[in-house]
Design a protein around this ligand. Structure first.
Ligand SMILES: NC(=O)c1ccc[n+]([C@@H]2O[C@H](COP(=O)([O-])OP(=O)(O)OC[C@H]3O[C@@H](n4cnc5c(N)ncnc54)[C@H](O)[C@@H]3O)[C@@H](O)[C@H]2O)c1
Length: 95
């Protein structure tokens, strides 16, 4: 089965809970997805999540600081939006 390519947008508090969930699915062998990229205006936050993800899946996700650049480059099958609501409302295009 082909894996679903996911991108994580926003790498703060709630994203940590989502990443823990992805890790738990991996541990239970439910590896139907691959987190290909993470995006955050804070490189530090993006790097931290990328490193955490790289500890349980084979490849470490690529880091982006710009949502549009990430979407253009990666064309993910799905995005996991973990942005503050006020930011989500001001995105240039819906994700
Ligand atoms: N933390 C929780 O327990 C929790 C629980 C339920 C719901 N939520 C909701 O989740 C959302 C996010 O909350 P949080 O606690 O993770 O916030 P947070 O501030 O910890 O994380 C948000 C992240 O988004 C990044 N960000 C901001 N603007 C961006 C942009 N334009 N492009 C890319 N990255 C950007 C910030 O740098 C930060 O790393 C909120 O709407 C909140 O209500 C949070």
């Amino acid at each position: 089965m082909e894996k679903l390519n996911i991108a994580l947008i926003g790498c703060g508090g709630i994203a940590g809970n989502h990443v823990n969930g992805y890790r738990d699915l991996h541990i239970q062998d439910l590896r139907v997805f691959e987190i290909k990229a993470v995006c955050d205006v804070s490189t530090e936050n993006a790097k931290a999540k990328s490193e955490t993800i790289g500890r349980f899946q084979r490849d470490t996700p690529k880091i982006y600081t710009d949502i549009d650049a990430m979407l253009k480059e990666e064309s993910p099958d799905a995005v996991d939006v973990c942005l503050p609501h006020n930011v989500q409302n001001h995105l240039k295009r819906p994700v």
